[in-house]
Write a protein that binds this ligand. Structure first.
Ligand code: PMV
Length: 326
């Protein structure tokens, strides 16, 4: 099944007029239980479900209008060349929605810290599909927007909601059952910060890294079962507000994801010496009675999970920490 078939299914029977401009914003999200591996690369269908926390104060703001020329993609006030990776990827996504000879003018402001490894694509594609919906007046359900955002970037399907969000892997070939939904849970005292290890561009993107892990790492065979267990533990801990249980499962899930990558051939090794240093600092802090836990995505930087009541101690222990949520 092709992306355009999914788009056609969802937009069937929708009116299509165009306002002058469609505007929208969408937040970034950090997975507490990670998505790693696609069962369908074309549709970004995941092998497993995943669960994230939305970062309400960090994200993308996008406005889209039609133009008679080729696409004009602006990021943070700068007009990008058509072969810029962000512009190229967004234009291929816009191809799914344009009528013949129609170009889009896109202006995106992103407050996602560039070096944080926060998958800026998640908020970027979620904001883009919401802005397209506003521009063309489709009035899609949020679930449909989640499916369409996934076609741009898997994790983007979780950026349609605030709070704790689960992306159901689904089983269908067309991916109509693979969308995100908010969990009816609220835990405003949860905090996330990040520690800068490196600002350098990563050597391998998540799409290629996932493929290589899935195809060549024997350890990946254990990943779906690990996720099933972690998801259950994380959900249970969120319901009971058991922070230690939550943190242990979140950290184990992220480090196991990286272990599957390290088992690939050649290994996918995002870690730098300072990554290991920060992970040891986190373990040290715990030995000193501070409830902090680490999580990591497809990069060397480390995110730290803690509770609002520990804010001052965390700031004293990790003076370089950058807040992400709360
Ligand atoms: O959606 P992508 O292709 O940027 O992949 C995201 C992968 C991780 O950030 C490592 C995990 C996740 O669930 O967000």
């Amino acid at each position: 099944m092709k992306k355009c078939d999914v788009v056609a299914k969802i937009l069937a029977g929708r009116r299509r007029f165009s306002r002058d401009v469609g505007r929208a914003e969408a937040p970034a999200n950090i997975a507490l239980c990670k998505y790693w591996g696609k069962r369908d690369e074309e549709l970004n269908l995941p092998v497993t479900s995943s669960l994230s926390l939305t970062l309400d104060r960090v994200g993308a703001e996008t406005e889209i209008s039609l133009c008679a020329s080729d696409d004009q993609i602006h990021l943070d006030g700068e007009l990008l060349s058509a072969d810029h990776p962000f512009a190229f990827r967004l234009s291929r996504y816009l191809d799914l929605f344009r009528s013949e000879n129609e170009g889009y003018c896109v202006k995106t402001q992103s407050s996602v810290p560039v070096a944080a490894g926060l998958a800026s694509s998640a908020s970027g594609f979620a904001a883009a599909i919401k802005a397209l919906d506003a521009l063309h007046g489709w009035e899609l359900e949020t679930r449909e927007l989640s499916i369409l955002a996934r076609l741009g970037s898997g994790s983007a399907c979780r950026s349609l909601y605030s709070g704790f969000v689960e992306w159901h892997a689904g089983q269908r070939e067309d991916g109509m059952d693979s969308y995100a939904e908010p969990l009816s849970l609220n835990w405003p005292e949860i905090r996330l910060g990040w520690m800068l290890v490196s600002k350098a561009q990563k050597l391998i993107g998540s799409r290629d890294a996932m493929r290589r892990t899935r195809e060549s790492s024997l350890l990946y065979q254990a990943w779906p079962a690990q996720v099933e267990r972690d998801l259950a533990v994380i959900k249970g801990a969120l319901i009971r507000r058991d922070f230690a249980r939550l943190g242990e499962a979140v950290e184990a899930n992220a480090l196991t994801m990286h272990a599957t990558m390290m088992g690939a051939q050649p290994a996918v090794l995002y870690w730098l010496p300072d990554t290991v240093k920060v992970l040891h600092q986190v373990a040290d802090a715990r030995r000193q009675g501070l409830a902090v836990y680490a999580t990591m995505d497809a990069g060397p930087n480390v995110k730290i999970l803690y509770q609002a009541a520990d804010q001052e101690r965390v700031a004293a222990f990790f003076p370089q920490i950058n807040p992400l949520c709360g």
